[in-house]
Design a protein around this ligand. Structure first.
Ligand SMILES: *[C@@H]1O[C@H](CO)[C@@H](O)[C@H](O)[C@H]1NC(C)=O
Ligand SMILES: *[C@@H]1O[C@H](CO)[C@@H](O)[C@H](O)[C@H]1NC(C)=O
Length: 294
């Protein structure tokens, strides 16, 4: 009798030490986010280590709200009574894997809003543990559009929407150099981002690209080359007129020529006017000096 009591005690201690050391882990490393595809399925990995059967344990997958689980398994059944309605009919555990301690979750019909941190919480009689894994469902937004600001003529706007996760914008000039920009982001009800960005155009450059990217390192990107602000023919014409005008100082002729330039050139013409005014102001000094000499 005494012997048997000791052996029960021993068994109990062995059982406790064995099970108290259980941990919950994910493979691969959960520091790397898992990337899912919109409308497809994903398996969020999680297993007990060293392995014990999870058939009689509680397995709770949840995001932020513990009481509104993504999936709950307890008393040897899936329990959908408190499930977050967003996940209704879209989750399952691998029944045949449970006894190997594999409590991975299958999530189907992925939506962009499923992106986020998932917690795999396993509870035994004598231990519990949880692990986190991040899921991202990248969504590529619309082709960026580049346009001239209606109020500030020397400003270019780039717009694109429907991105997830947060997009970034990069502006480059013709030589591929990055141009400083000002960017704002907002999110629609589906959680998708809209990006609006602008640059102030320096005079000497002419072609700009606006590139929007999201979701490194599995990011998507789209490129848009801005409409040439200085159409070659127009630019050449202006340059021609500028040269002629400066050499003969025939300002009336220049104004006449501008009338003929098509509307696309108006912006260039404005820039040239500014430039010309400065040039003329610079010319006035020597002319004055010449006049004084005469
Ligand atoms: C996903 O499915 C929905 C509904 O069937 C559809 O409207 C949407 O375009 C799909 N999205 C993608 C990226 O395939
Ligand atoms: C758990 O089960 C899933 C589905 O069968 C499988 O993809 C995954 O590799 C398993 N994990 C481990 C650690 O065995």
């Amino acid at each position: 009798m005494q012997l048997c009591f000791t052996c029960i005690q021993l068994l109990l201690i062995t059982f406790l030490t064995l099970t108290a050391g259980q941990k919950v882990e994910t493979v691969p490393d959960s520091l790397q986010p898992l990337v899912g595809v919109w409308n497809q399925s994903v398996t969020l990995p999680c297993h007990i280590s060293p392995p014990v059967s999870a058939l009689t344990l509680h397995v709770r997958w949840y995001r932020v709200r513990y009481n509104e689980p993504v999936h709950l398994y307890r008393y040897m059944h899936d329990d959908f009574s408190a499930q977050d309605s967003v996940f209704r009919g879209r989750t399952s555990l691998f029944q045949e894997e449970l006894e190997k301690g594999n409590v991975s979750l299958r999530l189907t019909k992925l939506r962009p809003s499923d992106s986020g941190v998932y917690r795999c919480f396993v509870e035994g009689d004598t231990w519990d543990d949880q692990w986190e894994i991040r899921l991202i469902i990248p969504v590529m937004g619309s082709q960026p559009t580049v346009s001239q600001d209606s109020t500030v003529q020397s400003r270019l706007l780039c717009r694109s929407e429907g991105w997830f996760p947060e997009p970034r914008v990069t502006w480059r000039d013709r030589r591929g150099r990055e141009v400083m920009s000002y960017t704002t982001l907002d999110q629609n009800t589906q959680g998708l981002f809209r990006i609006t960005s602008h640059i102030d155009v320096p005079r000497e450059s002419d072609v700009f690209s606006c590139m929007v990217t999201a979701g490194e390192p599995h990011g998507e990107s789209k490129l848009h080359i801005a409409e040439d602000l200085y159409p070659p023919v127009c630019g050449w014409k202006v340059l021609f007129f500028l040269t002629v005008t400066l050499s003969v100082i025939a300002v009336p002729l220049l104004f006449h020529a501008w009338w003929k330039l098509d509307k696309k050139c108006t912006y260039v013409a404005n820039l040239v006017t500014d430039h010309l005014e400065k040039e003329l102001a610079g010319l006035k000094q020597p002319i004055k000096s010449v006049a004084q000499l005469l």
